[in-house]
Structure formats: C-alpha cells, structure tokens
Design a binder for this molecule. Structure first.
Ligand SMILES: C[S@@+](CC[C@H](N)C(=O)[O-])C[C@H]1O[C@@H](n2cnc3c(N)ncnc32)[C@H](O)[C@@H]1O
Length: 243
C-alpha cells in the first residue's frame, strides 16, 4: 500500500498535456492575441527583475518555446538559463530563442516532476509559467518541496498560473472560463476554441492563492507576493521567497 507521505511520481502520465502542446501553433496564437495576459505579466515580471539588482541563474519549468522568458531575460544580468518542457516541438523553437541570450543554456525534454530532482545545483530564480496547474493537488504539494530544494538560499520561486477565486470550486472556475473564452477569443475558429476548452477542462487543476501559500509555507517558503492578477480573476503572478 502507498505510504501517505510518499508519491510515486514515476507513475505519472503527462501524455495528453504533451500532445496538446505539440500542436504549438494554436497555443502561439492564443498568446499572440494576449488571451492569457502575457503582456501584463511581462510588464510585472520586468519591473520585479529591475528591482532584483543582482546576477541570477534562471530555471524555466514548462518553458514552451521560451519566447516569453527569453524576451524578458535578454539584456539582464543572467548567468545561465535552463528550460524543461514535455513538448519536443516547443523545445525545437526554444533552441532558437535561447541562443540569443548569450549565456550557457540547457534545454531538457521531459516531465519537470520527474526531472527536477535530477538537475545538478540550485537556482536563483525558478519560474513556472502556466504549467503548475497540470499537476494534481498531491503532486503540487510534493513538488513545492522539490522546488524549495532547488532554490538557492536567497532564491525566489515565480509562479504564473490560473487561480481559483476565494471559495470557488474547480467546476465554477471552468464554467466562468468556458463562457469567457467562447465569447471573447474571437480570433480563433470555433474548432480551435473547442480544442482549447477540451484541454483546459480536462487537464487544468487551478488552486486558490491561499492553497498555494499553504503548500509554499509547508515547504519552507514565504507567503506569496502577488505581483499581478488579471481583470477577469483567472490568473495570478506570484513570487515566493526562500528566505
Ligand atoms: C501553457 S504553456 C506555457 C509556456 C510558457 N511557459 C508560457 O508562459 O508561455 C505550458 C507548457 O508547459 C509544458 N508542460 C506542462 N506540464 C509539464 C510537465 N509536467 N513537465 C514539463 N513541461 C510541462 C507544456 O508542454 C507547455 O509547453
């Protein structure tokens, strides 16, 4: 019988998430239309990095094509960049983007849940952009501990993710999100919207910020500084300091 304190992460099956993101061009159009608020998150993250004031190593979990993070990191005191993603299609594109950073870059194809612990060393910044929510609650709880172990003492975990409103259930969130998406993602075809809806309603498991704070504190991190929430209350950018 499984010990309640352990999690058998080798049993994970992330293939449906990988298959969706291997069709990268749909996700690219969603981002280019700013349907996930990348522009505002870019501004908030850039301001936060402006204030950091020290050189840093950067681990990008679920980096995708690395377009978002490499755009923010270019010209900053970056020491190294490491990206992990399930999608080989996205990582092919990430090679081009990260080659412009001018620092040692490493791109790894695989599941960050199983791959994180195998990485050598620790990082000053670990960023997870729109991918933590693919983990189930117990996996997230376990993962926060792994993340903390991979942070330098002064390190910071940055999470940009869908979040439930206080007291909201996953079902209510999904109803709100599907209504919003069907009425406002007008640059996509009906089939593309249906594909996105199918992915989100089957693969996304957002948490309340309070729940993420509980997991972070349980792992030894500080409570989140919330750097951005979007006007529709679907997403948040949070910074969890290690000390
Ligand atoms: C919504 S995209 C976000 C890409 C990029 N971070 C951004 O903000 O635009 C989610 C990415 O996370 C990756 N992903 C999801 N779960 C993952 C996992 N367990 N391990 C590695 N990559 C994962 C997907 O393949 C996809 O490229």
């Amino acid at each position: 019988m499984e010990n309640p304190g352990t999690l058998i992460i080798s049993d994970r099956d992330a293939s449906s998430v990988r298959d969706f993101f291997n069709g990268w061009s749909l996700y690219r159009r969603i981002v280019d239309n700013d349907y996930l608020y990348h522009r505002s998150v870019r501004e908030a993250l850039s301001r936060w990095l402006d204030d950091l004031g020290r050189p840093f190593s950067f681990l990008d979990l679920g980096c995708g094509d690395a377009d978002f993070s490499s755009g923010i990191l270019r010209g900053r005191s970056l020491q190294s960049y490491t990206g992990i993603d399930l999608s080989p299609v996205a990582l092919d594109l990430a090679h081009q983007k990260t080659s412009l950073l001018g620092v040692p870059c490493s791109l790894i194809t695989g599941d960050f849940m199983t791959g994180l612990g195998r990485l050598p060393g620790r990082y000053d910044i670990i960023y997870i952009g729109l991918s933590l929510h693919h983990l189930q609650r117990r996996e997230k709880e376990f993962f926060f501990g792994e993340l903390r172990r991979k942070l330098n003492p002064e390190g910071v975990l940055l999470i940009f993710d869908p979040v439930l409103m206080p007291g909201e259930s996953r079902e209510s969130y999904m109803r709100r999100w599907v209504d919003h998406t069907r009425s406002s993602w007008n640059a996509l075809t009906m089939d593309e919207v249906s594909e996105a809806v199918e992915h989100v309603t089957t693969s996304d498991f957002p948490e309340e910020i309070t729940s993420l704070n509980g997991m972070a504190v349980g792992a030894g991190l500080k409570l989140a500084d919330v750097l951005f929430t979007d006007p529709t209350d679907f997403y948040a950018l949070m910074a969890f300091h290690n000390s």
